[in-house]
Design a protein around this ligand. Structure first.
Ligand SMILES: [Cu+2]
Length: 72
């Protein structure tokens, strides 16, 4: 089975430690279609691999619900 793989890179503000990064990672992973998430604390970014195009508004909401801010 060959699934579609879409990469999305976003910027996340407000992370201070690995615990924060873990919360962001969990919030994104819970979204529909997300296969993997790699959060990088130093570059304040997250690389997401999903099976469908992610709605940026949905991403932004998940991240703000977790207590952080997605930069445009
Ligand atoms: Cu933290």
């Amino acid at each position: 089975m060959f699934g579609k793989k879409i990469r999305t890179e976003i910027k996340v503000e407000g992370m201070h430690c690995n615990h924060c990064a873990g919360k962001v990672e969990a919030a994104i992973k819970a979204l529909d279609g997300v296969k993997s998430v790699k959060v990088d604390l130093d570059s304040k970014s997250a690389e997401i691999v999903s099976s469908a195009e992610l709605d940026r508004a949905v991403l932004a909401k998940a991240i703000s619900d977790a207590g952080f801010t997605m930069a445009e």
